[in-house]
Write a protein that binds this ligand. Structure first.
Ligand code: ZN
Length: 175
């Protein structure tokens, strides 16, 4: 459902941003794109959302320049975060931190580390080892202390997501 236009306060950038990413599922699609999901079928498998809903959300994100739609050979369409899309990372990370603090009694389900030295990132994205504000491409995400998923989950996309991954790199993982 599209947000009513009255919601988009002309003088509020949060309201304007929510016009693009405030619908149910949209930020989860963006999150998966950070994790390295690129293909329609992989988003559908991972998110378990109706394909028509997924198609609509992807279309909106492409129209708004958050994702780019790339043709990779016959039938091989991939959706990649643009620079504008990568700009949503601090918002995704902040939501992750907030969810960890208030809704993850067993500890953070996922941990963020600096890929180069393995340092844990603090809430502002700074590496505990080297002190660097780590760029998105140098962040590794991996199961954290509160991870409750099964590494041997049924589908390969979920399995790959539950394996340490560099953000934005195409999914790799146990086959
Ligand atoms: Zn570091």
């Amino acid at each position: 459902m599209t947000l009513p236009s009255a919601y988009a306060d002309r003088d509020c950038s949060i309201a304007r941003a929510l016009e693009v990413v405030g619908e149910r599922w949209t930020l989860l699609i963006v999150r998966d794109a950070f994790y390295g999901v690129r293909r329609f079928g992989d988003f559908a498998t991972q998110l378990k959302i109706p394909r028509a809903v997924l198609a609509g959300r992807l279309k909106l994100l492409v129209r708004e320049g958050v994702l780019s739609r790339e043709e990779r050979g016959p039938g091989g369409i991939e959706y990649l975060l643009t620079a504008k899309g990568v700009g949503l990372w601090p918002a995704v990370r902040a939501l992750m931190n907030w969810g960890d603090e208030y809704y993850s009694p067993d500890g953070a389900p996922r941990a963020l580390r600096h890929a180069r030295d393995g340092g844990v990132l603090d809430r502002e994205g700074r590496c505990a080892e080297c002190g660097l504000a780590v760029p998105v491409r140098d962040i590794r995400i991996e199961p954290g202390p509160g991870f409750g998923g099964t590494p041997q989950a049924a589908d390969p996309v979920s399995r790959a997501i539950n394996t340490p991954q560099r953000l934005l790199e195409p999914l790799t993982g146990p086959a």
